[in-house]
Design a protein around this ligand. Sequence first.
Ligand code: UDP
Ligand code: MN
Length: 433
Amino acid sequence: MASDMIALNRSLPDVRLEGCKTKVYPDTLPNTSIVIVFHNEAWSTLLRTVHSVINRSPRHLLLEILLVDDASERDFLMKKLEKYVRNLDVPVRILRMEQRSGLIRARLRGAAATKGEVITFLDAHCECTSGWLEPLMARIKEDRRIVVCPIIDVISDDTFEYMAGSDMTYGGFNWKLNFRWYPVPQREMDRRKGDRTLPVRQIWQCGGSLEIVTCSHVGHVFRKATPYSFPGGTGHVINKNNRRLAEVWMDEFKDFFYIISPGVVKVDYGDVSQRKALRERLQCKPFSWYLENIYPDSQIPRRYFSLGEIRNVETNQCLDNMGRKENEKIGIFNCHGMGGNQVFSYTADKEIRTDDLCLDVSRLNGPIVMLKCHHMRGNQLFEYDAQRLTLRHVNSNQCLDEPSEEDKMVPTLRDCRGSRSQEWLLRNMTLSA
Ligand code: UDP
Ligand code: MN
């Protein structure tokens, strides 16, 4: 409703860094075909995307717009849409998938039909801002192997207010391979010598690179939940995609991922031989190379002693982060063997870690909370004694212990006394990380 009340060609604030507004780009830049895929998208968000492209792209750079309909069921997306786009002053073509195919197949269908020198993909609920296209095309002109991405601003899904995205965060992935925003690492700041108008690197295994061009801003409506269903169930589709991803690209690290997400191993993932052949043909580098050289700030530990549940010998319960967030107490619960909240890694740095959070104790006798891992040892340093089975918090010289009578769901830290309640079994434990 909020979107429907706002003009399709509304103006937007200029949220660029000052240094971006005065940049000069080459006169001749590659032109582009814009591919927008959609499934049951609302009229106003879809058309506002189209209008923002037309209004804010230099006409000579914008060759055409391709709308790929991934088997939508809404009536206004049929004849009414076809009629509407005929009156726009940029060529707009509509392609229809015969059946629901998912965004990547839909994008590939669109890509195959493009005539431009560069293919630009947009979601169907975006708004392009002034000067969004030139820096993207200029970067590709400099090096055609670079895949570029703008800063993604936030269009509120409640009010449609436009809010600048940050150039200090970039996209990464967590233990479950979910997309997350993380701070741009200091080494990337250093590499750009403090000039925030220069692109932020993210790079791939096959020789190309992926950059966020910080002078380009495109807004996107981030939804809290996916508004449509997926054939076979959302979980199944995501598990299958992740399984294929892990099988083709992650080498030995796929085992790490499967311990975190046991559900992924159960899906039938079809045939990946063509994908593996592609990887072979392009002579892509191993995933370990990617983690080491390109994504060292990844939350996936390169070296670790153990991975999986941490079980108390006396109570037979397991450490459990209970789905809690940063700065909350770590919990303990019946072991369920389903990975998820009960997966911890005792890493080579001797931290007890789940994704980006580490067990952290700053006072005698606890509490034991989950804080962002800082790799500085300190309050996050635990010594595992593989004979005594104790996890000793080094700074306090106390041992991880079962819960107290008052709170049966949170483990405690007590003076080490050799009791069974202070013995812990670490799943998949080895003595060398
Ligand atoms: N989409 C599609 N087919 C699908 C799922 C999504 O064509 O089966 C389109 C969707 O309309 C959108 C784009 O793909 O334009 C990305 O999907 P979405 O916006 O839901 O992803 P998010 O931005 O929430 O990650
Ligand atoms: Mn989207």
